[in-house]
Ligand binder design. Structure first.
Ligand SMILES: [Fe+2]
Length: 396
């Protein structure tokens, strides 16, 4: 593709919809009061003494954030912004949340008057917040509700008509879940992954604060960073790509390819963490329009069967996919240097060795039939032979 302008400003119809208000940058969390308007409007001074709210804010997070004091800090900021609010804290969200856990959590809170949900954590916490924000009103209003399992396994698209406002606060730089309309739900018993997708699943607000990623251990920094790179690439070789999603994705790649190695070298640098957080946010915005594609489709059985971290499972095939996309002239030539830099980064991170700690290559290959989920894999404009792609990626 020699003329990038011809591709990036296509004349054909496209649309872009993302309703998430984003507050980003170091210290963004201190501005959560800006998001609270929607939950509890500031009281009218002339109405002193009247009841100012009837509900509760549900804070979802994981134990580590309570232990490290982040929950106390967040509650302190919220209470100083809205001193009259009542906070309910659930800090037991597990990684890769199972549909049954989501179900029991929903039933636990269905009798409460939840006015707003705050989800602070990695992708699993954010996805749990998304599910609750649409499922709680759905259950309350729908007497025929037969369970989340019924919705997901039967492929029934529920008619969500209302949501509880959700503030998403990512603590990793990778998933982009703070700005997407999808939530991943796992069925640990059947080793399956489901996606709840609806415009109401978009959070209302995203607080993208790189300070929250400073404590992220190296392995998680790598895995979540890889997820962000994967999102950018998957939105580029995607049949749903638009000029705007492409602009977001290229900028994400440009930032991410520099930021990821820099963060690994200087994990305490807020500037480097901010660049990586920004790359993840842009990637999330790109896939919020396109969804992901083949590399993600390949990843799901590997995470489900062998517990391979999501970012690693969806990135070990990327270098080969980039080579293929260059060969097939999918991208404008002026991105060649950036793509070479990406291949170099992916190879230098030793993904093959990392993935080998979780499963034998033979076991990975044996999952090939489960790797083709049409709603993801069919988004991909490149159609490689899957076995060949896996073998080349694993050097076997
Ligand atoms: Fe992902």
């Amino acid at each position: 593709m020699d003329d990038p302008c011809a591709d990036m400003a296509r004349a054909s119809y496209w649309n872009h919809y993302n309703p998430v208000r984003i507050i980003a940058g170091a210290g963004a969390i201190n501005h959560i009061g800006l998001c609270m308007e929607q939950f509890f409007p500031a009281p009218d001074p002339s109405e002193t003494g009247k009841q100012k709210h009837t509900g509760t804010i549900l804070l979802l997070t994981s134990k580590g954030f309570t232990r490290r004091g982040a929950v106390d800090r967040l509650c302190g900021i919220i209470v100083s912004a809205r001193p009259w609010v009542h906070m309910e804290i659930h800090d037991s969200v597990q990684p890769n949340p199972d549909m049954r856990d989501m179900e029991s959590l929903t039933h636990k809170y269905k009798g409460h008057t939840i006015s707003g949900i705050i989800a602070m954590g990695g992708g699993s916490v954010l996805d749990t917040g998304k599910v609750l924000s649409v499922l709680l009103p759905h259950i309350v209003a729908n007497s025929e509700y037969a369970g989340l399992e019924d919705i997901l396994c039967q492929g029934k698209k529920p008619h969500f008509f209302k949501k509880i406002p959700l503030i998403a606060i990512p603590t990793t730089a990778g998933t982009g879940a703070e700005v997407t309309p999808f939530a991943t739900i796992w069925d640990a018993l059947r080793h399956k992954k489901y996606s709840l997708s609806d415009n109401l699943v978009f959070p209302c607000h995203a607080l993208s604060d790189p300070e929250l990623t400073l404590s992220l251990p190296e392995e998680e920094t790598v895995n979540t960073g890889l997820d962000a790179l994967s999102h950018a690439l998957e939105s580029l070789w995607n049949i749903n790509r638009t000029p705007l999603s492409e602009a977001l994705a290229w900028q994400a790649l440009y930032l991410g390819v520099k930021a990821l190695p820099a963060v690994l070298e200087q994990p305490e640098s807020i500037d480097k963490r901010a660049q990586m957080t920004h790359a993840a946010l842009l990637s999330g915005l790109a896939i919020s329009q396109t969804k992901t594609a083949l590399a993600h489709s390949i990843s799901y059985p590997l995470t489900s069967r062998f517990n391979i971290p999501h970012g690693l499972a969806c990135s070990f095939t990327l270098a080969e996919m980039i080579r293929l996309s260059v060969k097939e002239k999918v991208f404008p030539v002026h991105y060649s240097a950036l793509l070479k830099e990406l291949i170099f980064l992916l190879e230098s991170l030793g993904l093959k060795n990392r993935i080998g700690k979780y499963a034998s290559f033979k076991d990975i290959l044996n999952e090939n039939e489960a790797m083709h989920t049409p709603e993801r894999a069919d988004n991909c404009i490149i159609k490689p032979d899957l076995i060949r792609l896996l073998k080349q990626s694993l050097n076997i």
